[in-house]
Design a protein around this ligand. Sequence first.
Ligand code: FES
Length: 321
Amino acid sequence: MTEAARPEMKLRLARAEEIARDIHLFEFRDPQGGELPPFEAGAHVAIRVPNGLLRKFSLCNDPAERDRYVVAVKREATGKGGSISLIDEAKVGTELTVSAPVNDFALARNAQNFVFVAGGIGITPILAMVRTLRKIEGKQFKLYYCTRSPEFTAFRDELSVPELAGSVTIHHDNGDPAHALDLRPLLAERKNRAHLYCCGPLGLMHAVRDMTSAWTPTSVHMEAFSEPERVKADDHPFTVRLAKSGETITVPVGTTILEAMRAAGQEVPSSCETGTCGTCRVKLLSGDVDHRDLFLPEQERASNIMICVSRARSDEIVIDR
Ligand code: FES
């Protein structure tokens, strides 16, 4: 399902405040005071921000709360203006269109042990997970939360309480990659059948994907908070041949395979459209692919492609459709 097809509602902005440098918290409630559709930790909503853009934000409040949705938004000076519009233009009391929650980053139900890696504003879905797990007896977690400095650290007080001292590590690199937390020894080996959840900048997520290459692929979960780069310097147009129908679809620069297939009338399922959830996986029959997702493990890349982000290096690829 695409974002546009999700059920929507008008919600009132009940609270808006800066909670760390350049990070703002927004609380949405039903204008009539009713209950909101339920969600589970890891879910996001899509919000139509005042300048008309549709932006996804992870819910960070306790999923047991039925009367509000809370998101935290980083002011992205170099983005397309979605975060700046919400931060600068949305005033308490105004109503905004918010989609029903969708979860591409859900906690593994049967797991007992969890490792969380959050970079900056990537803490938001993970905070909802921490809130959930703290209430379930027997669930253990370790959170590595990496930020620039204390003033850029959202939810610092809440995550620094003594009860979490053994579970939460907050690391500041002061903007110097040489002082980044060395996650490699912490993640090299999967212990206690743990599931790992990572949300943060793309560089962090790719590094964590590499460090966990020895983990069972289904135990590593990623969620991107920013849209992937749409055009890279060496992108070129190519064709996708559908093996079953013989149809050939051209994919121009700046258009994803998913978009080109939909424009050609193909029905293709998708969800995150950032290369992390796995919904758009298609079997690859031939061709050279530039894999840009964070979902496929190395051993599955020769025979699969995530068509929401990946492109062809060759002039044509053939997929099993
Ligand atoms: S839609 Fe989620 S990986 Fe493509």
